[in-house]
Write a protein that binds this ligand. Sequence first.
Ligand code: ADP
Ligand code: MG
Length: 535
Amino acid sequence: MSLAFDDYGRPYIILRDQGQKKRMKGLEAYKSNILAAKAIANTLQSSLGPKGMDKMLVSPDGDVSVTNDGATIVEKMEIQHPTAKLLVELSQSQDAEIGDGTTGVVVLAGKLLEQALTLLDKGIHPLKISDGFDRACDVAIKHLEQIAEEIDIQANDHEALIQAACTALGSKVVSKRKRELGKIAVTAVLDVADLTRKDVNLDLIKIQTKTGGSVEDTRLISGILIDKDMSHPQMQKEVTDAKICLLTCPFEPPKPKTKHNINISNAEDYNKLYQQEQQYFIDMVKLVKNSGANIALCQWGFDDEANHLLLQNDLPAVRWVSGTDVELIAMATGARIIPRFQEITPEKLGKAGSIKEVQFGTSNERMLVIENCQCTKAVTILIRGGSQMIVDEAKRSIHDAICVIRNLIKDNRIVYGGGSAELACALQVLQYADEVSSVEQYAVRSFADALEGIPSCLADNCGLNPITSVAQAKSRQLSEKNPRIGIDCMDLGTTDMKEQRIYETLSSKKQQIQLATQVVKMILKIDDVIAPDDY
Ligand code: ADP
Ligand code: MG
C-alpha cells in the first residue's frame, strides 16, 4: 500500500497488485470474519465440559492424536482463515497464561460473535457493539470477584487443591483416574512450590511419558528421571554422592573442519594415527576424572572405543541426554554446562545424592533417577499408558491440572464451575443493562445471553435439555440468591456446584471472559480485508 497525490495535491492510496487481490469491505467483511471465527468455536463446542467429546486429529503425515484439550485441537486444525486464526491465538494465550480453560474461552468467544451478528443485522454499529461488550465485561469481572471464595490450601491435607485438579481432569480421557492423578499433580506442585513467595517454577516438574503398563501405573518420582541408561552394561548401576560432569561436547577425536586427505602408506603411519586417537580419548577421560567427577552426562554420543575406555577407567557415563534434560539437571544440581573438555574444573560439577538405574514394571527397560539434587528439588511425573495416544493425552491433562494448582497457590480464590459462575455474571449484566440508556444497552444484554451460552452448552453436551436446565438454574439462582447453582452434568442429584465440589480458579474464569471479549472486539474492528485471491 502506498500513498500518492493527484494533480490537485489530494492524497489517494494505491494498492499494489489490486487485480490479484480480493477485497471485502464494511458489513460484508464483518460478517465473513465472524462466520469464519464462529466455525472454529462451533467445532470446539461439543468438547466442553465433563461429558465433552474428544476430537481425533490426523496430521498430514498420518499421525493420529485424540484429545479434549482446546488449545491442542485448534493448534492441530491447520486453520487458514486469518480471523479464525485469531481464535487459535486466543486459545493459546489462555494456555500460556492459565493452562486450563482453553476450550471454554473459544466457546465463549463464539457465543459473543453469534450475538454480534444479530446485533449487526439489527443495524447497530460495530463500535457500539464493542463498547457495550466492554462495559458488560467489566461488570461481569467485578461480579466474579464478588462471588469468588477463598479456599484454605493447607486444610484437610490439601483437599481443596485435589478437588480443583479433579475438576480439570474430569473432562479428559483419563477422568476415570482423576483422583489418583490429581493427587500426584498436587504433590508434585507442592514439592517444588515456594509457598512463602507463592511461586511455582513449573520447569522443575518434568513430565516423562513411557508407553507400557496402564494409566494407574503413573507415579511421582522425587528426583529427575531420564529415559536413558548407563552407556555400558557393565558400568556400576548406582553412583552415590554424585559429582556430575555435564558435557555438551562429544567424546571423540576432533574432526577436521574442512575436507582433507590423510595418506597412510605403511603400517607405521597407521599405528601412529591409532596411538594419537587413543591418546586423545585417554586425555579426555583424564580431564573429566581429574576434576573429581564420578559420572559424566553427555549430550552427545560416543563410540564403542570411548565407551570401553570409560568403563576401564571406572567412569560411569550416560550418552544422548536430551537438551531439555541437560538444562533441568544443570538447574537442579548446580552443574555448569561444559562445552569443551579444556574447560572442566571442579567448581563446574553438579552435585546430587545419588544417580541410579531403576526398572519400572515388568519390562526390562531401565531409566536413571537423579535424587537429592543440591540446588533445588525437582520431581518427575512418569506417565504410563497403553499407547502413545493415551500417554500424550494424559500428559496434556496433567499439565492442565498442574497449572490449576499453581494458579491456586498464586491466588487462592475460586469460583464454582458447571456454568454457575457464568450464569451469575449473566444475571448481574442483565441487571446492569437496564441502567444503560443508549444503544449499547442491546449489546450489554447480548453479552449476558452469550454468557448463558456456556451453561447451555454444558447441558447440551451431557444430554440435558439446554433451555429448561438453564431456565431452572437461572430461576433458582435468583430466588435463592445462590450464585453456585449450575448444571448437574454428572447427574449427581444436585445443581449446587459447591456440594458437587466443582472448583475453578478465579484467575482462569476472569481471563476467559476478558480474553474472549478482547478478541471479539478486535474482530469487530476489522472493516476491510485485503488478501491474495486464493484466500
Ligand atoms: P476447558 O478446556 O475450557 O477447561 P473442559 O472440557 O475442561 O474445558 O470443561 C470445562 C467446563 O466444564 C467448565 O465450565 C467447568 O465448570 C465444567 N465442568 C467441569 N467438571 C464439571 C462437572 N463435574 N459438572 C459440571 N460442570 C463441570
Ligand atoms: Mg479444563
